[in-house]
Design a protein around this ligand. Sequence first.
Ligand code: AMP
Ligand code: MG
Length: 321
Amino acid sequence: MKRYLLILLCALCLLAGCTGKPQSQTKELFAMDTVMHLTVYSQEDGVLKQGEEEIRRLETLFSVTDENSDIARLNQSKGQWVTVSDETARLLTLAKEYAKQTEGRFDPTVYPAVMAWGFTTDQKRVPSQEELDGLPTLVDYNQIEIKGTQVRLPKEMGVDLGAIAKGYAADRVKALYEAAGVSGILSLGGNVLTIGHKPDGTPFTVAIQDPQNAAATLGVLTLKGGQAAVTSGDYQRYFEQNGVRYHHILDPKTAAPAKSDLTSVTIIADSAAKADAYATALFVAGKEQALSLAKTLNVQAVLVTKDGQIHCTDDVQFTPS
Ligand code: AMP
Ligand code: MG
């Protein structure tokens, strides 16, 4: 009798193991100059590590500060053709495409302006007006020439994929996890991407930060499986000089921090790279043009204006706090 009871118990345990919901595991890491969280619904060891390795691999291709990266070599090339990896050539092609679609508000050749403000260094500074006046002519995505894996940029120009690389990395990790049959949610410094569905069937939700108060949220977005939600905001990176705040999202037309009436833009789309590039572009565009651009580009958006108003495009599932 005792033996049968034991067999029954074992069978029940096995059954519970089969039907039980997979527990989530999360990894926090610092990469691409930001804090990232990878969460997966899987008990398999090594899945999170795989995601981390993918992000680190991409960082070695796209970093502007790692002098051996494809992008750093391109930036040092003084007008010569440079051989880059397939993947870098593809991301540059995609970045040019998004630049064209956003009429240059997102422009991956913004690097000379980023450098002038010291944003990639510890020495942030306000460039002189003379310096600023010369910069916009050095920002023009049309000047990136791509032939297979050969890339060329005019002398003095430079590329910075900071406004799209985190989104692209999220898309790559998602592809990897999908191939492994794993669901979860990724957060790569303001770039959130969902993979599949939660095991309990409830939708993924993402809080939108209150730009005025890091400890508060404005509300919660409900996402469909596979959707990305990417936020660009003037509160994310900035420095202050003589009481004036200078943020990191530059207007390619002026080479200075965009004088936008927006303080944050969240884009919801099917690709995180796309949402990342568009979020930066729509921030530069300002509220009115951002609303019409979101329509043309066929993405959903949540815009927060400097005076605290929230504007959502149609179909956004947003619940204010
Ligand atoms: P994000 O946080 O995605 O809005 O990207 C901002 C980062 O991308 C900055 O730190 C710069 O390195 C770079 N960047 C700034 N302004 C632009 C722009 N208008 N287009 C493309 N990249 C930009
Ligand atoms: Mg961006």
